[in-house]
Design a protein around this ligand. Structure first.
Ligand code: ATP
Length: 297
C-alpha cells in the first residue's frame, strides 16, 4: 500500500492504568483508565472502487478476519446505514496490519475509528463528532476513545471521555511475547469487579509525576493475564532490564509497555530487547499529543 497518499494512522491504544470498578446488568465492565495513543499503529486507506473490497497487508495480516467480523467492514456498513447506498458507493479499503491481533492495544477498535474517518473522507460526507462517537460506540466500547486518539481519562464502559491537556510526549516501547489473550478470557478470570477507582491526576504532569502516579495505580487485568500467559512476565522483565522508567501490561494483554523519557532512549531499549528476543513484537514509539495529530504521525 502507498502509505503516503491519504493513508490514515490507526494508532495503538495503551492503557497506562486500567481499574475495573464495576459491572453493569448487561455484563459490560465499568472501568476507569488513563489511555494514550501512539505514533505506531495500523494504516488505513479508502478509495473508490468497482465493488467493496478489504485488502489486508502487513506483518499481522493473516490473523485479521476479512468478513463482517472485521470492524472495518462493520464501520463501512454502519455509515451506509446512516447515509444510504447512493451516498456511499463501493470502496476499496486497504489495511496495513502492523499491530498484533487480540493483544490489548485496541487494534480492531482503532481500525474501525480510522475507517470511519477515511470513509467520510472518500465519500465527502461530514458528521458531528458526537454522532460519529455514537456510531463508533455501537461498533465497540473502545471505538469512541480511538476516534479521539489523544491522552484521555475513560470511564463508564470506556465511552465517557475526558481529554487530559498538557500531557508530556513520552517514549514508549511496546513488547508482545507472541501470545494472544482474548478480552473475554481476561475478564472471565477477574476475581473482583469492584476495585477502587483511579486517584486524581497530578496537577502538573511530567515524566516523573506521571511515574509516581502510575505507581499508585494498576491494570486490574494484568494478574489474570499473567496467570493465563506466563510469557507476559518475561516481557515485563525484559522491559525492566532495558531500564524502562515504568512497565505494565496494556488492556487485556499480552502487549506490555515500558515508559521512557524520550523517543531516542526508547529506540535504544527496543533494539536491546529485539536482539535478545527476535521472535517478539517490539516497537519503539512516542505518544500522540492532545488533539490527536493523526495526520502528522
Ligand atoms: P482491546 O484492547 O480493544 O480489547 P485487542 O487489541 O485485545 O483489543 P483486537 O486486535 O482489536 O484486540 O482483536 C480482537 C478481535 O477482534 C480479534 O480476535 C479479531 O477477530 C477481531 N477483529 C475485528 N476487526 C479487526 C481488525 N480490523 N483488526 C484486528 N482484529 C479484528
Amino acid at each position: 500500500m502507498n502509505a503516503g497518499v491519504g493513508a490514515r494512522l490507526a494508532p495503538a491504544k495503551i492503557n497506562l492504568a486500567l481499574h475495573i470498578v464495576g459491572q453493569r446488568a448487561d455484563g459490560y465492565h465499568e472501568l476507569e483508565s488513563l489511555a494514550v495513543f501512539t505514533r505506531f499503529g495500523d494504516r488505513i486507506e479508502a478509495a473508490p472502487a468497482e465493488g467493496d473490497e478489504l485488502v489486508v497487508t502487513g506483518k499481522y495480516a493473516a490473523a485479521v478476519p476479512l468478513d463482517d467480523g472485521n470492524l472495518i467492514v462493520r464501520a463501512r456498513e454502519a455509515l451506509r446505514g446512516c447515509f444510504g447506498i447512493a451516498a456511499t458507493p463501493p470502496v476499496r479499503i486497504s489495511l496495513e496490519k502492523n499491530l498484533p491481533v487480540a493483544s490489548g492495544v485496541g487494534g480492531g477498535s482503532s481500525d474501525a475509528a480510522a475507517a470511519l474517518r477515511a470513509l467520510l473522507g472518500v465519500w465527502r460526507l461530514s458528521m458531528e463528532e458526537a454522532d460519529l462517537a455514537r456510531i463508533g460506540l455501537a461498533l465497540g466500547a473502545d471505538v469512541p476513545m480511538c476516534l479521539a486518539a489523544e491522552p484521555l481519562l475513560a470511564r463508564g464502559i470506556g465511552e465517557d471521555l475526558e481529554a487530559v491537556a498538557d500531557f508530556p510526549s513520552l517514549g514508549l516501547v511496546l513488547v508482545n511475547p507472541g501470545v494472544a489473550v482474548s478480552t473475554a478470557e481476561a475478564f472471565a478470570g477477574l476475581q473482583k469487579r469492584d476495585n477502587g477507582g483511579l486517584p486524581p491526576l497530578p496537577r502538573v504532569i511530567d515524566f516523573h509525576s506521571l511515574r509516581n502516579w502510575l505507581e499508585a495505580t494498576r491494570n486490574d487485568l494484568e494478574p489474570v493475564a499473567r496467570t493465563l500467559r506466563p510469557e507476559i512476565g518475561k516481557a515485563l522483565a525484559a522491559l525492566k532490564r532495558a531500564d524502562a522508567g515504568f512497565v505494565r501490561m496494556s488492556g487485556s494483554g499480552a502487549t506490555c509497555f515500558g515508559l521512557f523519557e524520550t523517543g531516542n532512549v526508547a529506540k535504544r531499549a527496543a533494539a536491546t530487547i529485539r536482539a535478545r528476543h527476535p521472535d517478539w513484537f517490539v516497537a519503539a514509539t512516542r505518544t500522540l499529543p492532545a488533539g490527536g495529530d493523526l495526520h502528522g504521525a
